[in-house]
Design a binder for this molecule. Structure first.
Ligand code: SF4
Length: 59
């Protein structure tokens, strides 16, 4: 099993919160806020924090 973290941007709205994707075997298993991103400093709304389910199911 390969795992890793990938920095990206939440796909839902124009705020553009920074997210960190935790990836396992090429599937997103968890999303957390990027504490270094100036748009959100680690915080995410409900849509952003639950985006892993939508991204995984569309893969
Ligand atoms: S986490 Fe929420 S506020 Fe931030 S970009 Fe995503 S939908 Fe918008």
């Amino acid at each position: 099993m390969t795992t890793g973290k990938v920095k990206s941007v939440c796909p839902y709205c124009g705020v553009g919160c920074g997210i960190i994707l935790e990836v396992s075997d090429n599937r997103v298993v968890k999303i957390t806020g990027d504490k270094e991103h100036p748009a959100n400093f680690g915080r995410l709304c409900t849509k952003g924090s639950t985006a892993a389910a939508a991204i995984t199911e569309s893969g």
